[in-house]
Design a protein around this ligand. Structure first.
Ligand code: FES
Length: 137
């Protein structure tokens, strides 16, 4: 079991991913790897999928607080792979713990879809609103 990969939405800011992190495109090409990566979740970065600070200019608002998500038991170890899909969200795969920004809730998962368009009503998770808002990225 691994408890080394963590995702935490920052208040009004990006997704902070730490651990053994790999960011790939939908074809599996590695875009970046490292122990800490910050990914855009406001939809406004000019360097998507990475955060470039545009959330401040865009007045992005998201408190990063969530609850009520069911945990999965983490039986595998390995990297956290974040797969970026064109005009859609991020698919996160691998053992991970996702924390609410206030630290009051966390959930363990091996697969989850995360919002990067900034419009989901269920942030930090993708709820398919990217189709409705015609997100490009
Ligand atoms: S990427 Fe935002 S709802 Fe899917």
């Amino acid at each position: 079991m691994s408890d080394e990969n963590h995702i935490r939405p920052r208040v009004n800011g990006p997704l902070r991913c730490t651990g053994d992190v790999e960011v790939c495109d939908a074809d599996g090409n590695l875009l970046r790897s490292g122990s800490e990566v910050e990914l855009c979740r406001c939809g406004q970065s000019k360097n998507k999928p990475f955060c470039d600070g545009s959330h401040a200019e865009a007045d992005f608002e998201s408190d990063g607080i969530f609850s009520g998500v069911t945990s999965e038991e983490l039986s595998e170890s390995g990297p956290l792979r974040l797969i970026v899909h064109d005009n859609a969200g991020l698919l996160a795969h691998g053992p991970m713990t996702i924390y609410s920004s206030d630290g009051n809730f966390s959930v363990t998962r091996t697969d989850v879809a995360l919002c990067r368009c900034g419009q989901s009503a269920n942030k930090p998770f993708c709820d398919i609103t990217h189709k409705e808002c015609q997100f490009e990225g």
